[in-house]
Design a protein around this ligand. Sequence first.
Ligand code: DC
Length: 237
Amino acid sequence: MPKIIVAIDGYSSCGKSTTAKLVAKQLNYPYIDTGAMYRAVTLYFLQNHISSTNKREIENALSQIQISFRRHPELGRNDTYLNGLNIEDEIRKMYVSEKVSDVSAIAEVRHALVAQQQRMGKSRGIVMDGRDIGTVVFPHAELKIFMTADPLIRAQRRQLELLEKGELIGLEEIAENLRMRDHIDTNRAESPLRQAEDAVYIDNSLMTLDEQVEMVVRLADERITSSLRSREMKKAK
Ligand code: DC
């Protein structure tokens, strides 16, 4: 079977990662959470007081950063590692969310992470989610999804997610953080969040998780079949 790239982009907290993870499981593909990579760099910048305007300092910091993903032996989830340390829980905290859009707007940061993401998907057969996957990282992905949901629903989902991790944050604070991140993510000069022309638009406000996953897997199956057909046609020529 030909392997395809599934690129899922969209606004903060619209369920991209949850959907992408389950889609990857059904397709038996690895899943890469690129937001986690930007969060890891943000954590490093915060811990090491890296200025977001000093180009040399940024480039030097980036050369010190190694990001990887490893399976958690008990929880079965894919955890993010920064220079060999598990930072999965730390990068989801609010103080990282407050800074991540600023750090991910830095051109040098984007160039470094996009290059790593392209290496990860070199042999295809991958599900990746983020803000610029279908537009910049893999503009030739076979399946592109642009996902969104009502802002209030997104804030409520995010609040529940944080609560499950023991962080109790008011709905208004979360909604404000999402508004700010959406604004920075869509207005930055370097690869802003936008829907790729050939992306399938999904508003999941009124959809269940199962429905979303089923829809994306069905689309992926269609793309795999058409890749197979065009491969066979090429062979027959
Ligand atoms: O998906 P997330 O909310 O964990 O992403 C955190 C931030 O990282 C988000 O506000 C914007 C940035 N990001 C990005 O600029 N490009 C990506 N491909 C993924 C995330």
